[in-house]
Write a protein that binds this ligand. Structure first.
Ligand code: C5P
Length: 261
């Protein structure tokens, strides 16, 4: 299994804020998540900015639509990797390798046909454009949902009184549809790892260093617990981007990941 990696969720409202955080963190972090908050304010420019800085992008727009629309959105996302040439020069004349789209999300509740359309579009577009094929990962159950909130929101007869059962069911559908992995909380990660093997990608948000503010997250875990649970990518937002010193906060979490892996 590959070593777990840290992804910083750039949940901010402007390119200026994004730039300040990314430049402040510097070389410590190489993967950033662009989600709906920053995408609805800055658009694809957020991803392009990161790629131009040599960063890998996790585009977390959680696609959930008819297969045709999702396939076209995925093709456009893959196209972002071509947007800025493949290398650029820094002010000091050093050549920097451009970052690419590493991964993006769809909702597993969108169904297998939609998930398959997404992963096929990702593979075909990457092949045509000669860029890296991004990983397609499916959101199972949001980490801000617990047993109570989730039960209230179930649709389509999908009734489960057990989040783990539902997460495993959705992970199985994701695997059948050709996805590379899923997003889940750490509480389900070890069961997913056991069931779907070492190559299945598990992305875990809801990470909180001991003593950190939980905010709206419900199913949370510390970085070391996430690593022990078999997480491939730990997504951390507020504990880093809202910290007085984001670089220090990131380094501390990286150290914990390193020690536990
Ligand atoms: O600030 P915090 O660390 O809670 O941020 C977690 C990030 O992970 C947010 O950007 C959120 O959209 C995302 N996420 C999540 N739960 C999921 C999928 C994504 O919290 N199941």
């Amino acid at each position: 299994m590959k070593k777990p990696e840290l992804i910083v969720a750039l949940d901010v409202d402007s390119l200026a804020e994004l730039q300040e955080i990314v430049d402040g963190i510097g070389d410590a972090v190489k993967i950033y998540k662009v989600g709906s908050q920053v995408f609805t304010s800055c658009g694809p420019a957020a991803a392009r900015f990161l790629m131009a800085r040599g960063k890998e992008v996790f585009l977390d727009l959680k696609f959930h639509d008819i297969p045709n629309t999702v396939a076209h959105a995925v093709a456009n996302a893959v196209n972002l990797s071509t947007a800025v040439g493949r290398s650029s020069l820094t002010a000091s004349g050093q050549e920097v390798r451009m970052g690419e789209l590493l991964m993006y999300t769809v909702h597993t509740s969108g169904g297998e046909e939609m998930m398959r359309a997404a992963s096929q579009a990702a593979a075909q577009t990457a092949e045509t454009l000669k860029v890296r094929r991004p990983l397609t990962v499916g959101v199972t159950v949001l980490t801000s949902q617990d047993q109570k909130t989730q039960a209230a929101g179930l649709t389509g007869g999908e009734v489960s009184d057990n989040i783990l059962t539902l997460v495993l069911k959705r992970a199985e559908a994701a695997k059948r549809a050709g996805l590379d992995g899923v997003v889940s909380s750490c509480a389900e990660a070890s069961a997913i790892r056991k069931e779907f093997g070492k190559d299945f990608v598990i992305v875990t948000p809801g990470i909180r260093p001991a003593g950190a503010d939980v905010g709206d997250q419900k199913r949370v875990a510390t970085p070391s617990l996430a690593v022990q649970s078999g997480s491939s990518f730990l997504v951390v937002g507020r504990p880093i981007v809202k910290a007085p010193d984001p670089q220090q906060a990131a380094l501390k979490i990286l150290e914990e990941i390193q020690k536990s892996s």
